[in-house]
Design a protein around this ligand. Structure first.
Ligand code: G
Ligand code: G
Ligand code: NA
Ligand code: MN
Length: 254
């Protein structure tokens, strides 16, 4: 039996679970958004991370159905946090470029928001920088329509592609997420530090929100805060954890 056979079955039976990783405002410490990260509860192999099956899902065309499960589960969860009386926190879903280029991705998002009755202001999509560079007229239009509905659009792994300022400003984007490789190296590499500084300055000039990914140390947090980075995500705050555990971060302290 191949992993693909198993994956087909997993998608039809929903053998997945979502973990969530918080993004917090560096000034207030409040959670702004949580990123949903999918895991496969494989009946024989145990819990598998996305690195083991997203590529396969993309190549086999199962990604759309898998993403629909992810979106529905994340939206239901966000709705349920709200009903439990937590302060409003957005839920962010990763969209594969393969899926995003399908003409019905917007309809899939509309359908899930309709079915779960989640306020679009509490829904966020993360697309990679590479996805922006494909079919940009289509991408620009779809992102614009999603934004008009109140959905937040974030660019994931930013800095690993080659987007220029003039290219980026054509897209209706709310947030840039600086790729974690730059954060990992910024304390020991002046070049990576310079890239982080440039990305933050660029995002600010375009009125975009800026999130640093992969923040693991207080030193990184302090350096990012000094540079005016708005939000951080990373092991310093929390690893990706289950829905119940991530909700502990939502409690208003004041
Ligand atoms: O937490 P982690 O190992 O889970 O994630 C590894 C990678 O898998 C990240 O690049 C993340 O964006 C991606 N990923 C996690 N969940 C999803 C998902 O639901 N859909 C897609 N397309 N990618 C995901
Ligand atoms: O590409 P994407 O940004 O969606 O990737 C999320 C991945 O990064 C997940 O695998 C997650 O577990 C991992 N991750 C999140 N925070 C940290 C961190 O602080 N350090 C490291 N090394 N990995 C992290
Ligand atoms: Na992501
Ligand atoms: Mn990322």
């Amino acid at each position: 039996v191949t992993l693909l056979t198993d994956l087909r079955q997993a998608v039809s039976q929903g053998e997945f679970v979502l973990h969530y990783q918080p993004k917090v405002d560096v000034l207030t410490g409040k959670v702004t958004s949580v990123e949903a990260l999918v895991r496969w509860m494989h009946p024989r192999l145990g819990l598998l991370g996305p690195d083991r099956f997203i590529r396969l899902a993309e190549e086999s065309g199962l990604i759309a159905e898998l993403t629909e499960w992810v979106m529905a589960t994340a939206c239901r969860q966000a709705k349920s946090w709200q009903e439990d009386g937590h302060p409003p926190v957005r839920v962010a879903v990763n969209l594969s470029p393969f899926h995003f280029q399908r003409q019905d991705v917007k309809e899939a998002i509309l359908a899930v928001l309709g079915a779960t009755e989640l306020d679009p202001a509490l829904f966020e999509i993360e697309i990679t920088e590479g996805a922006l560079m494909q079919n940009d007229e289509y991408t620009c239009r779809v992102l614009g329509e999603l934004r008009e509905m109140g959905i937040t659009v974030s660019v994931d792994d930013f800095g690993t592609g080659y987007s220029s300022l003039s290219y980026l400003h054509r897209f209706p984007i709310n947030t840039l997420k600086i790729d974690r490789t730059f954060i990992l190296n910024m304390m020991k590499s002046t070049e990576d530090q310079a890239i982080v500084t440039a990305i933050i300055a660029m995002a600010k000039s375009l009125n975009m929100q800026i999130v640093a990914e992969g923040v693991e140390t207080v030193e990184q947090l302090e350096a990012l805060k000094d540079q005016g980075c708005h939000e951080i995500q990373g092991f310093l705050i929390s690893r990706p954890v289950n829905a119940e555990k991530v909700a502990r971060f939502f409690t208003d302290e004041d």
